[in-house]
Design a protein around this ligand. Structure first.
Ligand SMILES: Cc1cc2nc3c(=O)[nH]c(=O)nc-3n(C[C@H](O)[C@H](O)[C@H](O)COP(=O)(O)O)c2cc1C
Length: 181
């Protein structure tokens, strides 16, 4: 299982919720690798299309090391705060680098499952609809099952640590991703 924390705020709401999802998954027996995107240098794509044409990892940056993790993991958990109604830039840059999954590469994605953890300041989970919709369409294209979205209202750094309901939902999500219930 691969857990990708897109939110750049360490010990922020996304980070803390992702920890709970991971804890739930590990307690249920999964091996989970955690990646904190802000620790990595993933350049925005420049549309060169080279990886698509050659199926090779052309650019030398930290995304290179993530491809094998993506290919090998049966479940992906992505975490992002809502930034301007969409995902944060770190997660978007990472997703833009899924070009190796384009067209023929979709076979490598088929059958995987994915879940999203998204935090947002407002009280209305609908705020996350574009981030959710973007991922839903992307996963449909890749033939990945987008099984769950955990959408949590929180704003100040680490505020979610006091939200026992949200932490419990995150833990339960991790368990479900492994045990399927
Ligand atoms: C640049 C930026 C843009 C944001 N845009 C939104 C938004 O469109 N809607 C919203 O509800 N909250 C928005 N927020 C608030 C964050 O989603 C919220 O504070 C979240 O809990 C941050 O998660 P973190 O603690 O993991 O960083 C924004 C925050 C920042 C820094």
């Amino acid at each position: 299982m691969l857990a990708v924390v897109g939110g750049p705020r360490r010990r922020g709401n996304t980070d803390l919720l992702m920890d709970e999802v991971i804890r739930g998954a590990r307690e249920a027996g999964a091996s989970v690798e955690r990646v904190f995107l802000a620790d990595l240098a993933i350049e925005p794509g420049d549309g060169c299309d080279a990886c698509r044409k050659t199926s090779r990892r052309v650019r030398r940056h930290d995304m290179v090391g993530l491809y094998d993790k993506l290919f090998e993991s049966d479940v992906w958990i992505l975490g992002t705060p809502v930034y301007w109604w969409g995902p944060c830039a770190q997660l978007k840059a990472f997703i833009d680098r899924w070009c190796l999954f384009g067209e023929d590469g979709r076979d490598r994605a088929q059958g995987k499952r994915a879940a999203l953890v998204a935090t947002f300041a407002g009280k209305n989970p609908d705020t996350a609809r574009h981030a959710v919709g973007m991922l839903q369409d992307s996963f449909d294209y890749l033939r990945i099952g987008f099984t769950e979205q955990l959408l949590v209202a929180a704003d100040d750094r680490g505020e979610v640590a006091r939200d026992r309901l949200a932490l419990g939902r995150a833990h339960a999500l991790g368990t479900r991703l492994v045990l399927g219930r």
